[in-house]
Ligand binder design. Structure first.
Ligand SMILES: Cc1cc2nc3c(=O)[nH]c(=O)nc-3n(C[C@H](O)[C@H](O)[C@H](O)COP(=O)(O)OP(=O)(O)OC[C@H]3O[C@@H](n4cnc5c(N)ncnc54)[C@H](O)[C@@H]3O)c2cc1C
Length: 271
């Protein structure tokens, strides 16, 4: 199938893109890497009157890090993170997650901002960024607002973005040197979206411990804080119960799968 007809405008700046979104009053969509929107247009699941191309705005392609936080512009691609040379534990996490996303052609085009805005429950960045306690910078008509990833992704394929707002980038607090991170996903085939994701982040000196289950029937979710991060202490029955409390569509077999993903994320966790 082919997309329905649409107008195409290349945005010259972030302000220009936001103005265009506002002027089109909900009938325009941004396109960045096109790796999710392209198929949706072809299948006619998305029928915007106008596409606003933001893929050539260099200010959205920045990767910056200082000793407090890391900033990833919304146009940073999976490939840029797979191959970036920044030192540190968070960038190690980005590299290891990015290299297992789909395949090279998709990684070279697909962006962090597009992945968050698309809000597919099985996508990697929303799960990882939730675990790392990231926030999302959003630009709209009245300026920039910042929300947590939990507030941003509200349901399957649904975010808290208004029709005339766009993601500028995400901010990740830099953890302490002894923090640990682990990630594991089950996929039916290499290159496919995940069946179940487990992600753990433990920054004991800062009192932060986040265990996340991704690829649920809805957005990635934080498990209750009592979830232990020592393998010897994990009570898998409680873990399965917590998972089923978070997602009541999970049967016992699927709860096992998510619990196994979390166990493996803990096994793999390193600082
Ligand atoms: C075969 C296949 C396998 C895949 N496997 C994986 C996988 O294993 N893991 C994974 O995480 N992902 C996977 N993906 C998804 C892929 O990573 C896409 O890159 C990502 O979902 C969307 O990024 P994009 O830049 O292409 O966004 P686009 O397709 O351009 O846009 C997606 C949506 O986001 C909106 N949007 C884009 N940029 C912004 C912005 N700055 N502000 C506000 N809204 C914006 C668009 O309007 C659109 O609604 C896969 C995709 C395919 C086709």
């Amino acid at each position: 199938m082919k997309p329905v007809k649409f107008d195409y405008i290349r945005a010259e700046s972030v302000h220009h893109a936001v103005r265009l979104l506002d002027e089109h009053d909900g009938d325009a969509r941004l396109i960045s890497g096109g790796q999710s929107l392209g198929p949706m247009l072809n299948l006619r699941l998305a029928r915007p009157g106008t596409l606003i191309d933001i893929s050539r705005l260099p200010e959205l392609r920045r990767i910056e890090a200082n000793d407090r936080e890391i900033f990833l512009g919304s146009l940073v691609t999976h490939e840029m993170l797979e191959s970036c040379a920044h030192p540190g534990f968070v960038f190690d996490a980005f590299r290891s997650v990015a290299r297992d996303i789909a395949y090279r052609a998709i990684r070279s085009k697909g962006t962090v901002g597009g992945s968050l805005a698309h809000a597919d429950p099985a996508a990697d960045w929303p799960t990882l960024l939730l675990a790392l306690n990231a926030t999302v910078d959003i630009e709209g008509k009245s300026g920039i607002r910042t929300v947590s990833v939990e507030e941003f992704v509200v349901a399957t394929f649904t975010t808290s973005l208004e029709f005339n707002e766009m993601i500028i980038g995400v901010r990740i607090p830099v953890p302490s040197a002894s923090a640990r991170f682990g990630y594991f996903k089950f996929c039916r085939k290499v290159g496919e979206l995940a069946e179940a994701i487990g992600c753990v982040f433990d920054d004991a000196p800062r009192g932060v411990r986040r265990v996340v289950a991704g690829a649920l029937s809805g957005p990635a979710r934080l498990l209750p804080p009592h979830t232990e991060l020592q393998l010897d202490h994990i009570n898998t029955a409680i873990l399965r119960r917590d998972l089923r409390d978070l997602d009541d569509s999970l049967d016992e077999g699927h709860a096992h799968l998510y619990a196994a993903a979390i166990r493996r994320a803990i096994e793999r966790s390193t600082s």
